[in-house]
Design a protein around this ligand. Sequence first.
Ligand code: NDP
Length: 247
Amino acid sequence: MLKYLPKKHFLNNKTILITGAGDGIGKRLAITYAQYGATVILLGKTVKKLEDVYDEIIKIDGPEPAIVPLDLKGATAKHYQDMANTIIDQFGHLDGLVHNASFVGHIGPFGQITEEDWNAVFQVNIHSQFLMTQALLPALKKSDKSSVIFTSSDLGIKGKAYWGPYSVSKFATQGMMQVLADEYENTNIRFNCINPGPTRTSLRAKAFPGEDPSKLKTPEKIMSCYLYLMDSDNNTDTGKTIDCQVK
Ligand code: NDP
């Protein structure tokens, strides 16, 4: 696994938006970036979870975070545009964006996937990333160097039976990252992807109820990958997918 130990306050004065910041990997990521000095914008569905992350960050003397309660399933272009305007008004620019939230949806035979379920997975996992990235591009351009991180999966590299919409959406996520990386090559915005690999979270427990969670790595163990890709002063990677499982 990538081991990366950046300077203690390397994210001072940086503003980073994380989707799905109330739980699992996104929660740990928000606290970790705040520990390194970032002002984090916590976006998620359940307000109480976002407030708990907010409290944890204040407890460790991190910069005061912002909370954006938003269900990606129902959000429209106007929601993202309003959010982008608020970010520019409040912070002037955006230095980092982590597309982390995902919806697994139906796990089962392809023949049984309903159109409703297919659309719900694509709405949360793909359409929201398209609209949000597009709305936030002006704020990302205003930063000296900004980094956008998408979240992939093993199932976005090799399709797997019964994982229909989720697996296809993770291929599409890699595709969106590559299109953007190519289009914005040699600019101030980098686009990359992280494949966390099996990690002890509630999404994992729901998807693999028979698995022993104690045998899985915790979100803490993969924070190096996210720190590395957010360190725009020390790396110029773009268009890459980093696999957090690689030994
Ligand atoms: P969790 O379920 O633990 O956390 C996901 C977060 O996303 C939650 O805070 C959840 O909010 C939020 N979220 C889900 N749907 C929406 C929505 N419609 N609108 C807004 N927020 C939403 O997941 P993980 O931490 O495990 O997963 C994080 C990322 O890592 C995902 O992209 C996943 O695909 C990927 N991944 C995870 C692996 C693993 O083994 N854990 C393996 C490979 C990839 P709320 O709690 O309020 O519902």
